[in-house]
Design a protein around this ligand. Structure first.
Ligand code: EPS
Length: 404
């Protein structure tokens, strides 16, 4: 990946650090926009008490001067407000003489990293692994992803998302896969669609969450993230590790609770014929022509905007399926790794569901994967050089072979 990024920090430690390296110089980077995306991530039905504590505000600590990127790594810092309540249990320094050591956590939660992580890292206190595994880390992913997203927006690429299902509840618009034509008709409308639909079904979603909370359990769900305005030609067919669908899948699959990622019609493609599934190409009618745009058009987007690992000019669509969160208030049978005895799994304060928040995280991860491919295609030193290369490229690819 040309655009590299790292995060560090624990859920109840002092805070989260992030670095994103490879952004061009001259990109306006506005902390307020990062804060807005962080705010979006904190919304949604089913979040637990922690969201009342955190009010995420980003600090840009490197790589930006006078509002613009300098061309070096950008570093970010996000404080954990909850740290104030955890300073003893999560202290960085070793306790002094006579000072108490925090009680170790020895009950493991099925579905969480607790057992596997403790075995792997040699920890007898499960907190030493669970803290890093926490999805608190996604706050920094959203922050870094917003930097990537601002780069994409400088090229007319907009990313949105929509919740498709919440526990057993399926939102009724889940079957449509937008095409680039939809984006031309009204991108603003489409961007608003996800939010509107969520508002419409808010009561039903809240009901699902409340039933699960009462039962002491948690919910999964599914969501879709979509990038509009992506030019054809991002990604590369030359090698397996440059195919963009693979890179996008890795970014999205790495999000906490995600257990399946599909591009375009995804698993439905297996049951379709080639006649149905392949997105036929047509020459645009006069009414369909857009100045400076392609002379061809597709009426479906089963491929989710990617053919042969390369974007084809249609919206890039990825669907994510999330497992229910592993922390349960009604504990599952488990084991105590200190005593070797059966025990109920650890109960901790928990969210019931995070689908809406995960949608914002998915947007951020898609943004990073696409921004990296954009930098590969158009060069990464200076934003205006990239924009000039992008403009010249669009003129070349959209020129009609005969009538120009
Ligand atoms: C998380 C558990 C909960 C979530 C947390 C992720 O935290 P706590 O244990 O402090 O209640 O709220 O998410 C966040 C803090 C966040 O900012 O999204 C987990 O175990 O993954």
């Amino acid at each position: 990946m040309t655009l590299r990024w790292l995060t560090a920090g624990e859920s109840h430690g002092p805070g989260l650090t992030g670095i994103i390296d490879g952004l061009p110089a001259g990109l306006p980077l506005d902390a307020a926009r990062i804060d807005h995306e962080l705010w979006r991530r904190q919304q949604g039905v089913g979040r637990g008490g922690r969201m009342q504590i955190e009010h995420d505000t980003i600090a840009i600590t490197g790589g930006v001067r006078l509002g613009q990127t300098l061309g070096g790594p950008v570093s970010l810092w996000l404080a954990n407000r909850d740290w104030a309540n955890w300073q003893d249990r999560m202290r960085v320094t070793s306790p002094g003489e006579g000072e108490a050591w925090p009680d170790p956590v020895t009950l493991v939660r099925p579905g969480h990293i607790d057992l596997a992580g403790s075995l792997k890292l040699g920890h007898s206190d499960v907190r030493n692994t669970l803290e890093r595994a926490s999805a608190r880390e996604t706050a920094m992913r959203v922050s870094l992803g917003t930097c990537a997203r601002l780069l994409l927006e400088a090229f007319g690429i907009a990313i949105t998302s929509r919740v498709l299902s919440y526990g057993a509840l399926t939102l009724p618009y889940s079957q449509t896969l937008p095409t680039s034509r939809d984006g031309e008709i009204s991108l603003a409308e489409l961007l608003a669609e996800g939010a509107d639909r969520l508002t419409e079904y808010q009561e039903a979603i809240a009901n699902e969450a409340s039933l699960a909370r009462t039962a002491g359990t948690s919910l999964g769900g599914s969501l879709q993230t979509i990038a509009y305005g992506v030019p054809p030609g991002l990604g590369h067919v030359g090698q397996w590790d440059r195919r963009l669908d693979g890179l996008i899948a890795q970014h999205l699959m790495s999000i906490h609770t995600v257990k399946a990622v599909a591009i375009g019609a995804g698993t439905d493609l297996a049951g379709m014929t080639g006649q149905e599934s392949n997105d036929a190409l047509y020459v645009r009618t006069i009414e369909e022509q857009q100045p400076g745009g392609p002379w061809w058009i597709r009426r479906t987007n089963h491929m989710g905007g990617i053919e042969g690992g390369v974007t084809n000019g249609e919206p890039v669509i990825a669907t994510l399926h999330l497992k229910p969160l592993s922390t349960q208030s009604a504990a599952l049978p488990s084991i105590d790794i200190a005593t070797g005895e059966p025990a109920d799994a650890l109960r901790e304060r928990t969210d019931v569901a995070v689908i809406e928040a995960a949608a914002v995280v998915a947007e951020a991860m898609l943004a990073i994967a696409l921004a990296s491919a954009l930098i590969d295609k158009f060069g990464g030193d200076v934003l205006s050089d990239m924009q000039a290369a992008h403009a010249a490229y669009l003129v070349r690819i959209y020129r009609h072979p005969v009538n120009h």
